[in-house]
Ligand binder design. Structure first.
Ligand code: PEP
Length: 280
């Protein structure tokens, strides 16, 4: 595919690093929490506007956490206008590995930038499964995101069969290395990773906090072997998989869990707000 146009604007990760310094940290972790709602293929534009209006009202005082909503592409424009003056940031659920051009059905980075989209979810297990997205494609998309000042949220995670076969670490390591291949240390540091065990997504089954922490610590070890301890310590790693108000505090209290990627429970303002309130 054609090379993406490069932007000369200040990278958003530089902005977010500055925000981190000025923002509030939890006392025990140097990484700022990031909680993102992945609305998937749910919510019409009208419904998305109603949901984000409630979130803006209910979360207006939250300063401790980066809150992100990722509506469907059809709702990005209206949601963008609404969140502009709020503390909620906008994410998209995918990105082309190319720029503008003859790529029917694809969304180029510039289209998202114009709507003040800051994050893009990449390599979600549903796209890996239903659209056959490979680690190599995810890596190309992640590079395209960084080249255009978008922050990728790169998802990895094992299936139930892989966990039961005892190959969770091997699978996750392959995905982390493959999906971040070719990124610079600075780009990796600015990337958000999401550990999402496939067996916990949308199933109501959550990894125990110990299971999740174990894999998060392992991912950080892999990142350290790729780019050094200092970079690994700064990468934010979200947990995803049936996160809800009742388990958020315990999961997000783990030393290597820096936030959550939330599917089902992000579709109702009350549930998403409860997760954020319990995480602070
Ligand atoms: C997800 O799809 O990213 C996810 C974590 O979904 P759920 O919270 O519904 O398990």
């Amino acid at each position: 595919m054609a090379a993406a146009p490069k932007s000369t604007a200040k990278p958003l990760y530089a902005l977010s690093a500055a925000n981190n310094l000025m923002g509030l940290f939890r006392m025990d972790k140097a990484r700022r929490l990031i909680i993102a709602g992945n609305w998937k293929s749910n919510k019409t534009n009208t419904e998305a506007v109603a949901l984000v209006t409630d979130l803006i009202r209910d979360l207006s005082t939250v300063k401790e956490v980066d809150v992100v909503v990722c509506p469907a592409f059809t709702a990005l424009s209206d949601v963008s206008r609404l969140v502009l003056e709020s503390n909620i940031r906008l994410g998209a659920q995918n990105l082309s590995d190319a720029g503008y051009g003859a790529f029917t059905g694809e969304i180029a980075p510039g289209m998202l930038r114009e709507l003040s989209v800051r994050y893009v979810v990449l390599g979600h297990s549903e796209r890996r499964q239903y659209q056959n997205e490979s680690d190599a494609l995810v890596a190309k998309k992640a590079a395209n995101a960084h080249a255009n000042n978008l922050i990728p949220i790169v998802c990895v995670g094992e299936t139930l069969a892989e966990r039961e076969a005892g190959i969770t670490e091997r699978v996750v390591e392959t995905q982390v290395r493959g999906s971040l291949a070719g990124l610079t240390a600075e780009q990796v540091e600015a990337t958000v990773l999401a550990y999402e065990p496939v067996w916990a997504i949308g199933t109501g089954k959550t990894a125990s906090s110990a299971q999740a922490q174990e894999v998060h610590a392992f991912i950080r070890k892999v990142l350290a072997s790729m780019h050094g301890e200092a970079v690994a310590k700064r990468v934010r790693i979200q947990y995803g998989g049936s996160v809800k108000g009742s388990n958020a505090r315990e999961l997000l209290g783990q030393p290597d869990i820096d936030g959550a990627l939330v599917g089902g429970a992000s579709l109702e303002a009350k549930n998403f707000v409860e997760i954020i309130r319990n995480a602070i």
